[in-house]
Design a protein around this ligand. Structure first.
Ligand SMILES: [Fe+2]
Length: 248
């Protein structure tokens, strides 16, 4: 596994240099350490940061880099409000608890076992899923994979067209909010969908690629036309190098 690529951008405090801040354009997001991470607001922050062990790392590209498939306006709300909100919520929920000392993936697996822990699981899984989603896309992405991943898709999913149909059906067929995934289970590729915050890593799966089909991911650009957003994701955004690195 390519740990660097697999690793979500939310991380335990200490993974980032002390005092560092994740800078997106002109907007600084507190990294959880230093003055900006101590609950003090600044002109560059949308609201006071929540102090906690989990942090939000930068997007892997500029907020306007995926336009016109995904607008800078959508990215701004999605990353600065929704994703950051999940991280802030998670930090509040684990404050003063042993959970705050866990790595994010382990925390997700642990809290998924207990429905009574959904208040922690939901923001934790959403934080992880969103980071994985940002990395699943790149400017001028899309098209078909090559090499080992293409061979694997041919062997396990009937080729690229088989993958495309299964992934499109999963993404468009997810009722309500959720996610559609290309993943690996028991050595074989699978296309799955999960509802709300649920994530394959809570159930022994190994994700390679994901699309967010919550309405907040596409409504500003596509309104109710989720299918057009899913098609744009496949044609113009998929980061196949990220998926291949996750396949290992
Ligand atoms: Fe989202």
């Amino acid at each position: 596994m390519n740990r660097q690529n697999q690793n979500p951008s939310i991380s335990r405090r200490g993974f980032l240099a002390a005092g560092s801040a994740a800078v997106i354009g002109a907007q600084a997001i507190a990294s959880g350490s230093g003055a900006a991470g101590r609950g003090k607001s600044s002109a560059n922050e949308p609201w006071p940061a929540v102090e906690g062990p989990f942090t939000l790392e930068p997007l892997p590209y500029a907020q306007d880099a995926l336009a016109p498939s995904i607008s800078a306006n959508t990215m701004s709300f999605h990353y600065d409000k929704h994703h950051k909100g999940y991280v802030d919520r998670l930090n509040k929920m684990v404050e003063g608890k042993k959970l705050a000392e866990m790595k994010l993936e382990a925390l997700i697996v642990e809290t998924a076992k207990d429905p009574g822990m959904s208040g922690v699981f939901n923001p934790a899984a959403q934080a992880w899923n969103h980071t994985f989603y940002w990395k699943s896309m790149k400017p001028k992405g899309g098209g078909e994979p090559s090499g080992k991943l293409a061979d694997k898709i041919k062997a396990d999913l009937g080729g690229f067209e088989g993958f495309k149909k299964a992934f499109t059906d999963a993404a468009n067929g997810q009722f309500g909010s959720g996610w559609a995934w290309l993943g690996l289970r028991d050595g074989k590729l699978e296309v799955t969908k999960t509802g709300n915050a649920d994530t394959p890593i809570a159930h022994g799966g190994k994700p390679l690629l994901v699309i967010d089909v919550w309405e907040h991911a596409y409504y500003l650009d596509y309104q109710n036309k989720r299918a057009e957003y899913v098609a744009a994701f496949l044609e113009h955004l998929v980061n196949w190098e990220f998926a291949a690195a996750n396949l290992g």
